[in-house]
Design a protein around this ligand. Structure first.
Ligand code: COA
Length: 177
């Protein structure tokens, strides 16, 4: 007999939810590429902005959330944006998510992501981690490298949404004045 015969998930009609966690300081086109790919796989994707990541974000939490929300229209009810503190898996379970989505840009991302995924599985077996390959155009970008370029007046158009580019410009203008 097939071992999955009694698996309730086979007959489940519940929408599939995935959580995409990160610092998003700020959101980039690389992150949006992952969201788009995740929407091909799940009914709903919740972008979970981590409050405590041991980083010193340039943008306060509320601003990071606002910048993300502005990437989506008011009718994009398949995408949620939320703040989360504590363990990502606890948040995922609270949202009845079946997966945590993480983007992979290069082999160098893998060691850390592998460790994170195994720890998360140990903490909550029902939540799987799904790795999505970032589009080739975005493999070299990170929020830090974009901030660095913006700080030194480099051209970051095409790498972040336009409202994020404007927000970075304003941030560094006020920091230097
Ligand atoms: N496009 C662009 N940049 C990308 C990217 C993509 N597709 N994928 C990853 N990155 C970059 C991010 O911009 C970020 O760059 P930065 O370091 O310059 O800011 C970097 O990769 C990784 O950051 P991020 O994905 O935001 O992860 P993180 O390591 O900052 O945070 C959390 C990951 C949120 C899961 C984790 O740190 C956390 O807060 N966990 C809470 C506690 C927990 O559950 N821990 C795990 C189990 S103990």
């Amino acid at each position: 007999m097939c071992p999955l015969t009694h698996c309730p998930k086979i007959h489940s009609s519940e929408p599939t939810v995935a959580v995409y966690p990160g610092t998003f300081d700020p959101i980039t086109n690389g992150h949006l590429d992952i969201v788009e790919r995740a929407l091909n796989l799940f009914d709903r994707v919740i972008i979970a902005v981590a409050i405590n990541v041991g980083k010193q974000p340039l943008f306060p939490l509320e601003e990071r959330i606002r910048l993300i929300k502005e990437c989506f229209g008011p009718d994009d009810d398949r995408v949620g944006v939320d703040a989360t503190d504590g363990l990502i898996v606890d948040y995922a379970v609270s949202q009845r998510a079946c997966a945590i989505v993480r983007g992979l840009r290069a082999v160098s991302d893998f060691d850390y992501e592998f460790q994170l995924a195994l720890m998360n599985r140990k903490l909550a077996r029902e939540v799987d981690t799904v790795f999505l390959m970032t589009g080739l155009r975005w493999i070299y970008i990170s929020s830090s490298i974009i901030k660095d370029a913006a700080k030194h007046h480099g051209d970051i158009s095409g790498l972040v949404p336009d409202h994020v580019r404007q927000a970075l410009k304003k941030k560094y203008r006020t920091q230097t004045s």
